[in-house]
Design a protein around this ligand. Sequence first.
Ligand code: SAM
Length: 311
Amino acid sequence: MSNDLKILCGDAIQKMREFNSRSVDLIIADPPYNLGKDYGNGSDSKSFEEYIQFTKEWTKEATRILKKSGTIYVFMGFRFISYLYQILEKENSLNFVNWICWHYTQGIGKKKGFSPRHDDILMFTNSENFTFNLDSIRVPQKYYRSRNNMRGANPGDVWGFSHIHYCQDNRQDHPTQKPEGLIERMVLVSSNEGDLVVDPFSGSGTTLRVCQQLNRNGIGIELNEDYVKMTSKRLSEKFTGFDSIDPRMERVPNDLNDVGIREEYLANHLEWFLKNHNGAKDVFFAEVEKKYGTRLKHSSKLSNNKSLFDE
Ligand SMILES: C[S@@+](CC[C@H](N)C(=O)[O-])C[C@H]1O[C@@H](n2cnc3c(N)ncnc32)[C@H](O)[C@@H]1O
């Protein structure tokens, strides 16, 4: 792949000041939530006023460098989400599109009150005319019906992705590594091949890893030099599939009773939904067999119906 990927070591605000205005197609920002995590630089333990000021400054630069057709996603925890919304809408005059709930099943338990099981992600754009490639991020339908679009459904604004567990191969030594499958959805829907994606708080390099595989140009900015080195190493590793997936991508629609239609659909399913997810194919094959008694061959040439089914 010939896409250009860079990781810059330094402060996000200062580095973004060096970018040309209106030069970036997509910004994926996962700043410290100010909850006291240890990123080796004290960046997550600011006073309330300091954190608000920091948020105003970095969002101002991000808005300046974003193209008119561009999109910004910002991850945030409960303490500052309402302030962040105001800053993006009122101070930066951005266009609100979605308040996404990233739902996960594991996390710290609470004895009084409900255990938190989601983070919020705000999606704003620079105008109402923004890139949105819906077909690239659809999720499989639950049922085969003539009225359903079998290319898939809109995934909605509640996204279920597990955290990357400590025992997973590509778990990095970073306290808040995000799932590649989640970032993949943002990159696919809000940019095109060859576009420029910027991650101002790039941490372990998840966004750059996803850009590398999806043929986007990417620039990451990270304050901690060790995480910069971690990212370079991560980018040099062999790709075996993204580390996470929305479980709906593995589901096989009910009522695919016509054999011809079923064979065509199942081959398409692999191309449409599981293209960068080799690890999910076994679950999908098992589900097909359970539902339809059809055995699928685990071949690398899965886009061709003939090579897909056992003779
Ligand atoms: C929530 S983490 C990002 C995690 C990342 N999305 C991933 O998947 O690994 C925030 C990162 O921002 C970095 N950081 C904090 N303040 C910064 C600043 N002013 N400029 C650039 N990076 C900063 C921290 O060192 C930390 O790695």
